[in-house]
Write a protein that binds this ligand. Structure first.
Ligand SMILES: Nc1ncnc2c1ncn2[C@@H]1O[C@H](COP(=O)(O)OP(=O)(O)OP(=O)(O)O)[C@@H](O)[C@H]1O
Length: 524
């Protein structure tokens, strides 16, 4: 069990840093949804030209506060002043375009093109006849300025883009107006590649230097510490700490958030392993037995995953990792794929392919384990509830088993999907960047859970956009241009090695030469 270290939080500072005028001044904000008190008294000051980090555990109230700042929702009580205007809420004080936000849940319409999406939220007037060309020009300008080399075609439907590309569009869309006074970014880098992430932060510093205030919400403590001037911590709907970024450490933030300071042995309370948590669990392959194989086209190394292993899929975003997971999940009958009949999948995009929005947490969580829970073809409410209660406790899912899933915070919804997969008895679990939006303390617990599950004989195939997560894998396949270009085992696995393999242009040139020689040989 990790020891909890209690650090006295640095004294909360108030007001803007370095005497800069307050851009936004939030006092005593309370927000209630029926009996749920999402915010119970938030104070926050963001100065003109400041990058202000906002951190907190899943369900702490960050997104709710941002919805109030953008005027989408009204607070139950409390005040928001914008540039000292004394107005009661952001909705009444800010002019259109003053506050812009890039959403965690990616607010893009999948059936519209990139340019059409941009036109929807451009606060400036578009010309009635030439609106499409104008919108295209504006988003192209932002994309080229902030994310040079992005490679995104403006005429593509958003639904066809990878999560990383969608995130780039979401951020660019928020910048598609005359300069806002306050820019809010809710977990902007959760699925961005390394390059795009660097480009985004470089641009944020340029905007801040021009006087734009930026609120940066993230579970990535290192990024918040590196890029913010000041940081505030929300815990259970209230501000518990505001400090200069240089005066606090990651552990200070974690303690203020109410989590354990990370130790050597993260805690997973009472992991309900399959066979314990669900009735009638199926048989597991023996450790080391091959569970899944796939052969990809071109000069790709073959893919193989064995029982008892955590197999990582790494490389730059959008290099074929998604496609492999999709094929392992959907394409079990193909000659090039072997997979077990029972398999579980945690999607990266919970909104379009994960959450059943009209169902409760318990129903969402137990749906994939129905076969195991069924007795004479029926799943009793009690069996479903017992399973859900166990996992809600194990992963600290804030909201409870009987809450409607959509009333949960984004990170807590994601935990339900992770629990759904592990609550099955499937020998193969496929994870498609599953920890987006999950807070740091829970992530540590999930790593331990995965190891415990692998030790029980599960095979876990895991794509993550966070390179440092490869440290938790037994083997890693690095992807480049739709192919597996290297396999790392044991001590070979490191973030640096993954990055190096992701960019090996010489190897690409050699592969292209080999392929040409092969084609020429085949033609002869
Ligand atoms: N529409 C709603 N109805 C009921 N409860 C809600 C609603 N929206 C938010 N909540 C509750 O308010 C609390 C704060 O949620 P919020 O989404 O603001 O948290 P968060 O800090 O953004 O979390 P995360 O890091 O997971 O995104 C949660 O307990 C959530 O269940």
């Amino acid at each position: 069990m990790t020891q909890v270290t209690t650090l006295a939080p640095p004294p909360a500072s108030s007001g803007a840093p370095h005497g800069a005028p307050s851009r936004i001044r939030v006092r005593g904000i309370v927000k209630e949804y029926g009996v749920t008190r999402a915010l119970r008294g938030v104070d926050l000051d963001v100065a003109a030209g400041e990058i202000h980090g906002l951190v907190g555990h899943n369900g702490a109230g960050k997104s709710t506060l941002m919805r109030i700042l953008t005027g989408i929702e009204q607070p139950t009580s409390g005040t928001v002043e914008f540039d000292g205007d004394g107005a009661a809420t952001a909705a009444t004080s800010a002019r259109p375009g003053d506050v812009r936000m890039a959403y965690q849940e990616l607010s893009l319409a999948p059936d519209l093109t990139v340019a059409e999406n941009a036109s929807l939220s451009d606060a400036r007037r578009l010309r009635p006849l030439r609106w499409r060309a104008q919108a295209e020009r504006r988003i192209a300008e932002v994309l080229d300025t902030v994310f040079p080399g992005h490679g995104i075609e403006l005429s593509r439907y958003v639904g066809e883009l990878s999560m990383a590309e969608r995130q780039v569009v979401e951020i660019s869309r928020a910048l598609c107006s005359d300069e806002p006074r306050l820019l809010i970014l809710d977990e902007p880098t959760e699925s961005l590649g390394v390059d795009a992430m660097r480009q985004m932060y470089a641009h944020l510093h340029v905007l801040a230097a021009r006087g734009v205030s930026i609120l940066l919400i993230s579970h990535r403590m290192n990024e918040v510490l590196e890029h913010s001037d000041r940081i505030s911590v929300l815990k259970d709907g209230a501000t518990v700490l505001t400090a200069d970024a240089g005066d606090v450490t990651e552990d200070d933030l974690l303690v203020a958030m109410g989590g354990d300071v990370r130790g050597d042995s993260p805690r997973v309370h009472d992991v309900p392993v399959v066979g314990d948590a669900v009735a009638g669990s199926g048989e597991r392959p023996a450790a080391g037995e091959t569970v899944a194989t796939a052969s990809l086209a071109g000069a790709s190394l073959p893919f193989e995953a064995k029982a008892g292993e955590i197999v990582g899929l790494a490389g730059l975003a959008g290099q074929g990792q998604d496609e492999l997971l999709d094929r392992l999940w959907f394409n079990g009958l193909s000659r090039r794929i072997t997979v077990p009949r029972r398999r579980a999948y945690v999607p990266g995009d919970r909104q379009t392919s994960g959450v059943f929005a009209l169902w409760t947490v318990a129903d969402n969580l137990a749906v994939a384990a129905a076969r195991q829970l069924a007795r004479a073809g029926f799943v009793s409410l009690k069996a479903r509830r017992t399973l859900a209660d166990r996992w809600v406790g194990t992963l600290s899912i804030k909201g409870g088993a009987s809450a409607p899933i959509t009333s949960l915070s984004g990170g807590n919804q994601q935990k339900v999907l992770i629990a759904r997969a592990f609550a099955t008895d499937a020998p193969l679990v496929l994870l498609n960047d599953p920890f987006r939006g999950v807070d740091v303390a829970t992530k540590d617990e999930l790593y331990t859970l995965m190891k415990a599950e692998a030790a029980q004989g599960r095979c876990i195939v895991w794509y993550s956009t966070e390179n440092k997560e490869v440290a938790h894998c037994d083997r890693v396949y690095v992807f480049r241009a739709g192919r597996i270009v290297s396999e790392l085992v044991g001590d070979e696995i490191s973030e640096e090695r993954v990055i190096a393999e992701s960019f090996d242009e010489h190897q690409d040139a050699r592969d292209a030469r080999d392929a040409t020689t092969k084609d020429a040989g085949a033609a002869a």
